[in-house]
Write a protein that binds this ligand. Structure first.
Ligand code: SF4
Length: 365
């Protein structure tokens, strides 16, 4: 519920400390807050002796995207997704590609208001199969995302979390009960990279990945943004892909995507296409069945191939689908092998369009 202070929404994952402060228990940051103080994410803060969420029902913008842009290649391919985010983030990545939203502290100026029901109605009206909590991490606005997911489910709309997976066990358990799919950023595979470049730790993210695989039915895929000289060595890519094989198995799709200079890393070069191909080759060598390249033109690295017979099952050029060789049930038409994922008969035909929308107009019309 939202109290009298506009936008301050009650939360439940926090506890009082002996010194009078309150500690937020949503993510491993464990912010310890004096009355009136905000956490690192800036959207949660101490008020009235509790931790409140200040971005409930407010958004930094809406777009209709192809689901492949999240990226999810095995979840309702070709369908459209109503994407939105709020403001703030619980990591501090120097390479952030959405820093205008994730680092924003001017929420009043940035945000549209939309109730969970407004969002769900808009998604249905706009023909979207899903809503995606993206642009900034839904971990920090979990109450809003969960309520939106519930409202969506009542109208047959599914929910996708695009997240860094930096979350504590108890809220994570509740959060993913409401989600249908996730794309988890595994930002690198050394503690040094996580700490120096992202301001966080690797282990909690690995725990989220194992939790998703072994304790939920959420469909999830992994993305690693490769940054030249920082997280793209053969040693690190070998370690990451071997860990995925050992702990998650061969069928969790992995996306290697290209970095573009942004935020505090304007002096680092963009990722060459050859680096993505090298990473993909290492993943395939180590046994990962579905490894993709992203943010570069690579028709082979963007398409899905049957693990049983090698035939191309789903052709993609950027986010646009071409040839489709799956049965209604998501099996290879040639050899019958199932393709892991969530398929709903024929593919969608949204294409690669990205269409900004105003929810207030479409939801309440
Ligand atoms: S969710 Fe925000 S306030 Fe809570 S611990 Fe994480 S960064 Fe701190």
């Amino acid at each position: 519920m939202t109290d009298g202070n506009a936008g301050a929404h009650a939360t439940k994952y926090w506890h009082r400390l002996e010194d009078g402060r309150v500690q937020c228990d949503v993510c491993p940051r464990a912010c310890k807050l004096h009355e009136g103080q905000r956490g690192l994410c800036f959207v949660r803060g101490a008020e009235g002796g509790e931790v409140k969420l200040y971005s409930y029902g407010r958004s930094s913008g809406f777009c209709i995207d192809p689901v492949e842009k999240k990226p999810l290649n095995h979840f309702l391919p070709g369908s459209s997704v109503l994407s939105f985010g709020t403001a703030g983030c619980n990591l501090a990545c120097k390479f952030c590609q959405n820093w205008d939203m994730s680092k924003s502290r001017e929420m009043d100026r940035l945000m549209d208001s939309a109730s969970p029901q407004d969002l769900a109605r808009a998604a249905r009206r706009l023909g979207c199969a899903s809503m995606a909590y993206t642009y900034n991490d839904p971990v920090i606005f979990m109450e809003y995302a969960m309520d939106a997911a519930d409202a969506g489910h009542e109208l047959g709309i599914r929910s996708i979390a695009v997240t860094a997976g930096y979350m504590c066990a108890e809220p994570r358990l509740e959060f993913y009960k409401h989600m249908d799919a996730a794309n988890v950023d595994l930002k690198g595979f050394t503690e040094e990279f996580y700490w120096k470049t992202c301001g966080g730790h690797l282990q909690p993210v690995l725990e989220t990945l194992e939790f998703l695989k072994h304790e939920t039915r959420v469909w999830f895929e992994i993305t690693t943004l490769l940054i030249p000289g920082l997280n793209d060595s053969d040693t690190e890519l070998e370690a990451e892909t071997q860990w995925i094989m050992e702990h998650l198995g061969p069928d969790v799709p992995l996306h290697f995507t290209a970095f573009h200079p942004d935020y505090k890393m304007m002096d680092t070069s963009p990722t060459p296409a050859a680096t993505l191909s090298r990473a993909r080759a290492i993943a395939v060598k180590n046994g990962i069945h579905y490894c993709y390249t992203g943010n570069v033109y690579d028709a082979a690295g963007g398409s899905t191939y049957c693990h049983g017979c090698g035939v191309r099952l789903i052709e993609r050029e950027w986010y646009e689908l071409g040839e489709w060789r799956l049965t209604e049930a998501g099996h290879c038409r040639d050899c019958g092998a199932p393709l892991p994922g969530v398929f709903d008969g024929q593919p969608g035909n949204w294409g690669r369009k990205r269409v900004p929308v105003r929810i207030s107009a479409s939801a309440r019309a």
